[in-house]
Design a binder for this molecule. Structure first.
Ligand SMILES: [Zn+2]
Length: 336
């Protein structure tokens, strides 16, 4: 008997290259956090209700309520372990995970980044051994944070990278209009000099100029890249330079940056030769998962099985994994 689509898609080895640690907390995990910190802990039903919202404002409020339960290094260890367990159950063999240190340092000054990283790394290694899914960290700078805070975060990342080689890159996220990429030129140059890889959220809510600007400061992968569709020259450059585009379909719909599923450019990008990758961004917050994104894309945009394998292969090629592991995984995908 042939496996159903979901089982078949689960079986393809794939990498998740655009997910946020703080956005990966499932209601079940929130209940565990609540048991640690709330006088009257949330029930699963109450936790699930928190994830239902009608607009982006309510989403932001929910995000902040969930994040308010992250208070100790052990809490970050818990969400790391649970995130890896969930990814592994979807056939995800590797993930590159955004983590906004600046937000943590600003909102939770009692926490020390080296202590948090130590806890997270212990959980990561434990989960990797148990589930086989590897994880690398991308330190997400916030576009609207002060230059001093972003500089501090970068210095911390450079320092801690020596102790934790799984810190592999830096990115920028947040309000693109208020914090344009050129502001990060020097930080990106410094990050690159110290061996960190460069990614950026760009062209999510702002026009193609934001993607050009991100490329201009050395970005190796573009997160979202929705507005590239408005600029033919940019599309050509992205294809020629094989710049991977980390697509997050459900996220784009839920944030309203893409008005409707049929308007999403993923098929157009793929057909134009762009290196498209399927990702999930903040999966439980957007009621999705990496596997559900693969299902959505295949079902709605008529990707053949061969094309789905190509998308999975893109995720491996565009990752920052060692060359030998990439080759092994690509061989597995080819034979699948
Ligand atoms: Zn994101």
């Amino acid at each position: 008997m042939l496996p159903d689509t979901s089982t078949w898609l689960r079986g393809i080895p794939k990498a998740e290259l655009h997910i946020h640690l703080e956005g990966s907390i499932k209601p079940e995990t929130l209940v565990k956090l609540s048991q640690r910190h709330d006088q009257i802990p949330l029930t699963l039903e109450q936790a699930q209700k928190l994830y239902i919202y009608n607009d982006f404002q309510e989403f932001l409020e929910a995000f902040s309520l969930v994040n308010s339960r992250l208070q100790t290094p052990e809490d970050f260890a818990l969400i790391t372990y649970e995130m890896i367990r969930s990814l592994a159950s979807q056939g995800c063999v590797h993930a590159e995970v955004n983590f906004s240190w600046g937000i943590l340092l600003r909102r939770k000054p009692h926490l020390q980044m080296p202590t948090v990283m130590q806890a997270i790394e212990t959980a990561r290694i434990h989960a990797e051994q148990e589930f086989g899914t590897t994880v690398l960290w991308i330190v997400d700078l916030v576009r609207t944070h002060s230059p001093e805070l972003n500089q501090n975060v970068l210095q911390l990342a450079i320092t801690l990278k020596g102790q934790f080689p799984s810190i592999v890159g830096v990115g920028i996220g947040g309000d693109e209009a208020a914090g344009p990429a050129p502001l990060f030129r020097e930080l990106y140059a410094e990050a690159k000099d110290s061996g960190l890889r460069l990614v950026a959220h760009a062209g999510e809510a702002v026009g193609p100029e934001s993607i050009w600007a991100a490329l201009d400061i050395g970005t190796e992968r573009i997160g979202h890249g929705l507005s590239a569709q408005c600029d033919r020259d940019l599309m050509r450059v992205l294809a020629e330079r094989k710049i991977p585009i980390e697509i997050n379909v459900t996220s784009n719909l839920k944030t309203g940056n893409c008005p409707a599923l049929e308007d999403h450019p993923i098929r157009q990008y793929f057909d134009a030769g762009l290196v498209v990758i399927i990702n999930s961004d903040d999966p439980p917050m957007f009621k999705t998962s990496l596997l559900q994104e693969y299902e959505l894309v295949q079902n709605h945009f008529s990707f053949s099985e061969q094309e789905m394998k190509e998308l999975a292969a893109n995720s491996v090629i565009a990752s920052f994994m060692p060359f030998e592991r990439k080759n092994k995984l690509l061989e597995m995908i080819r034979k699948y």
